[in-house]
Design a protein around this ligand. Structure first.
Ligand code: 4NP
Length: 147
């Protein structure tokens, strides 16, 4: 799960997907394309909205996406088009580029919809982001690749 800062959107997506999958079979991680928040916990507003939904993301630590992640992970879900561009810049092969998709394509295929960055917005933004990521993750886990 990749966003810009790895403190608002992708930590939520990470926590939600991890909560839906068997930890013995799937490894879920998140990262940011930027490095400003490396080592930091998620934004308190993300921690709070996750906690309200019984998901603990408070122990996550922000990381920066690296080309090495392409070797580890089979699927790379990005939150917006800027993340997509930044992530594919680090790909070395067409196969790596194929691993990358906008997360909302899972529920709105072909629409190129983005998860809005709630960083500068109010609490509602985080609730909305949680709901859309939850819906997207439900769809992802029901797909054949995750069965
Ligand atoms: P995120 O939100 O990409 O969802 O983690 C942001 C958090 C911090 C910044 C930008 C986006 N920032 O510029 O510090």
């Amino acid at each position: 799960m990749v966003c810009l800062g790895n403190i608002c959107r992708s930590p939520l997506a990470h926590g939600i997907l991890e909560d839906m999958l068997d930890a013995d079979r799937f490894e879920v991680q998140s990262a940011g394309t930027g490095a400003w928040h490396v080592g930091n916990k998620p934004d308190p507003r993300s921690i709070e909205v996750a906690a309200k939904n019984n998901i603990d993301i408070s122990r996550q630590k922000a990381k920066q996406f690296s080309t090495y992640d392409y070797e580890i992970y089979d699927h790379i879900f990005v939150m917006d088009k800027a993340n997509y561009r930044d992530v594919i810049k680090l790909a070395k092969t067409p196969q790596e580029i194929e691993k990358v998709s906008l997360i909302l394509e899972s529920i709105y295929p072909g629409d190129n919809k983005e998860v809005p960055d709630p960083y500068y917005g109010g609490e509602n933004g985080f609730e909305e982001v949680f709901k859309m990521l939850h819906k997207a993750c439900e769809k992802i886990v029901s797909s054949r690749a995750f069965s």
